[in-house]
Design a protein around this ligand. Structure first.
Ligand code: HEC
Length: 396
């Protein structure tokens, strides 16, 4: 087994784990937000006497459930208490390893492109990791500074910060790495919230209660602030993580701006759901999000490549073979030079393989302009026009 095959296996395994852990984390977090927003004050005097501030009834999986939330805490803590933390930690860990396997070990391909300011893999990796750390330090500083101020003010300032990070990263790295790192930065902040504030705060509350003291409400307040932030950050993060499968969204000169618009659309959509749990329907939020997305999609509609010069007439494979060899084989061949193995197993060494993949080549090179990846091999518009003519002439 060679190294490239092992990288493929590691990436599949880590991606699988990462998605499963993220479902567990986001799922439980969505559930609790929904629960919190849906609780109704109890009517039963016995519940009120126990200190219950809200309850609800639900039916699921063939059973009836009656969760109850205490105003501060029950008079006596049960011996066994379930903690939600590993969902978050395992999501971060698997995500970080996945990024290491894909992006940091292949930084020359994934983190750098023809237009990025940074052109050495080492510097690209350092920039990526620094983004995660700086992102947390700035967020945490803002939280402390604006603790008792309006959440909207905090949201506006933090959003401004994320937009600036996105613009700077799109300048320094490939658009693909920039989008992923903005997502990873926010996700790191979310996990750090759980690790540094939410869980320690809860531990202090439980310790105080076990010692027979009243827990200080500040811990609960802080945890709540961070947890509300996490809730709004989920949808933007998931968008960033998926974006690297769609070249049109992260390429182009305005990629940083695109990212800013989409993050806003995602947070607005989340706000709608949070209100809806409370029975308030504000359709203007998802509608605004949808309009923003439509603007992004229309603005990114690919234009057909225009030939600058008189391009030679290309009708047969022989005519475009040199283009494929020069622009694609660095990655798509038996022995690629730019990657450990041909991505998606797509190789253009033989004529048969080129012919068999003709529609995909046309789509990726001419219609979407997604290939060559980051245009690392410097394909020209003239060459795209040639491939387009060859395909329209029947790809023979
Ligand atoms: C620098 C490396 C690199 C170069 C050069 C490159 N590709 Fe790719 N290609 C990739 C990667 C990586 C993928 C996997 C998809 C992804 O990660 O976005 C891919 C995927 C593809 C796919 C499959 C897309 C899909 O949706 O299944 C096609 C088709 C393709 N490339 C065609 C080409 C053609 C044609 C060229 C030359 C004009 C080319 N590529 C040059 C790296 C490269």
């Amino acid at each position: 087994m060679d190294a490239s095959y092992l990288i493929e296996c590691a990436s599949l395994l880590l991606r699988w784990m990462h998605v499963i852990f993220a479902i567990a984390w986001v799922g439980s977090s969505f559930y609790f937000i929904w629960l919190d927003n849906s609780l109704k004050p109890p009517v039963d005097p016995a519940l009120i006497e126990k200190g219950v501030g809200g309850e609800l009834w639900a039916v699921h999986g063939g059973g009836f459930y009656n969760p109850q939330k205490y105003l501060l805490a029950p008079k006596k803590l049960p011996d066994e208490l379930h903690w939600f933390k590993w969902e978050s930690y395992s999501t971060w860990l698997s995500g970080f390893f996945l990024m290491g396997v894909l992006y940091y070990s292949q930084a020359a391909v994934y983190m750098i492109d023809a237009g990025s300011v940074i052109q050495t893999p080492g510097a690209a990796v350092m920039t990526g990791i620094a983004t995660l750390v700086i992102g947390w330090l700035v967020y945490d500083g803002l939280c402390r500074l604006l603790f008792n101020r309006s959440p909207l003010l905090f949201g506006a300032i933090y959003y401004g910060f994320v937009v600036i990070v996105g613009l700077v990263l799109c300048h320094l790295l490939s658009g693909r790495a920039a989008f992923l790192h903005v997502g990873a930065m926010i996700a790191t902040t979310m996990s750090a919230n759980v690790f540094f504030w939410i869980i320690p705060g809860q531990k202090k509350m439980v310790a105080a209660m076990r010692a027979g003291q009243t827990p200080e409400p500040i811990h609960g307040k802080r945890g709540k602030q961070r947890s509300v932030h996490n809730n709004y950050l989920v949808l933007p993060v998931i968008f960033c993580m998926l974006s690297n499968h769609y070249a049109f969204i992260y390429s182009g000169p305005q990629a940083g701006l695109t990212l800013a618009v989409i993050l806003l659309a995602a947070a607005l959509t989340r706000h709608f759901f949070n209100l809806r749990h409370k029975g308030i329907y504000k359709w203007q939020y998802p509608a605004a999000g949808l309009v923003l997305l439509m603007i992004v999609f229309v603005a990114h509609a690919p234009s057909a490549p225009q030939a600058a010069a008189q391009v030679p007439h290309t009708t047969t494979l022989g005519d475009i073979r040199p283009i494929i060899t020069n622009r694609c084989l660095a990655c798509h061949s038996e022995k690629p030079t730019k990657m450990p193995a041909a991505p998606n197993g797509i190789k253009f060494d033989t004529d048969e393989a080129v012919l068999a993949n003709a529609p995909k080549i046309y789509q990726q090179v001419v219609q979407m302009r997604a290939m060559p990846l980051g245009n690392l091999t410097g394909m020209t518009d003239d060459e795209r026009v040639q491939i387009g003519r060859w395909f329209k002439d029947g790809a023979k």
